[in-house]
Write a protein that binds this ligand. Sequence first.
Ligand code: GLY
Length: 406
Amino acid sequence: MYTNVDLQNKARYSQPVALSKTAIETATEYALSRIEKAVDKFGDQMCVPARGWYPGSDTGFSRNRYVPTERVTWTTGMWTGLCWLAYQLSGKEKFKEVAESHLKHYIKASQHPEGLDDHDTGFKFSPSCVAQYKMTGNKEARAAALEAARIQLEHYCPVNKFIIREGTNRPGDRPSKYRTLVDTMLNIPLFFWAYEETGDKAYYDAAVGHYRTTAKYLVREDGSSYHHYQFNPTTYEPEYGVTHQGNRNESCWTRGHSWLVYGYPVAYKYTKDAEIFDIHKAVSYYFMDHLPSDGVPYWDFDFTDGSLEARDSSASAVVACGLMEMCKYLPDTAEQKKYYQNAADLMLKALIEKCVPTEPDSDSLLTFVTGSVPHCEAINHCETYGDLFYFEALARKVKPDIEIFW
Ligand code: GLY
């Protein structure tokens, strides 16, 4: 499968991109100054799911400044992860202190499984507690992340081998909870990490089962993807592809697709499963071939050059990281390696030149991020995940051996 998928626009990705070292360093310094502003404003505040507040997305009326929010979402870990990356790159204690001050909130969250009743637990705990443990060896951070992994494992369905969208397919749950979705591909690194820490193979098997099921049902033959795939909660039979945040069931939701482009290289890192190369090539080439000419994707691949629809720059930030990650494992003889390197630079250059907020008092790093158009959530705004993956892409260029938390 996928062996027929080829890059259509080879000419676009054949030549190195004019992205200078100085441009990257300047963008990184600027981004660090914005993170510092956010750190000064939000400090140890965190909401996972303890009451509190942290950088929220509603920047539309506040000129790309975060407003405090109490909304508990999958984005909480991104804020802490941003502080850890900033610390790693700059060595400034201030970033470390703020990231460490969040730990108490994650410990509390790990003691309340009812607040972690979905597929997104890895997004909360990998960039926060796993990061802290990797960076400092903190045992409480390790324990909280392992407890979160244990809770997430309860959402794995051994019959169909996927992490359930919400709940654990309990009698009486809404049928639409018994689905798998592309977003989860960057949540399974929590399982790989838990396996490395505990030796419990159940985590490894669940992560492998999940990425194989994802490839089987969510990735289409042309390399595009469904957002969700519905299974029958009583008979367990596969039913149909469906969207939640995309434009229509048969379209390809851009940020959802980006989780595949990054999730598969991370799965490769842990498994060295050669099957992953072709799946990854198919989903990456689809993204690259559908990228608008200015290098900033629209929120759904139904839209392209000339459309007035919203952008989602967070998707190309995630993809740039995913392509750079895969390049670590590809031999120089692999045809796709050159295309991936050039595509990552092209997307990063477009983010630096077109998507960095210019307001002097902004405390966010990246604008033109879109949460969910069908839900009227955060359209062309800033979000902590846009910031994190943009900063991670920069950090990968500045310090190629940077410790990645996935
Ligand atoms: N739940 C992840 C996303 O909205 O991209």
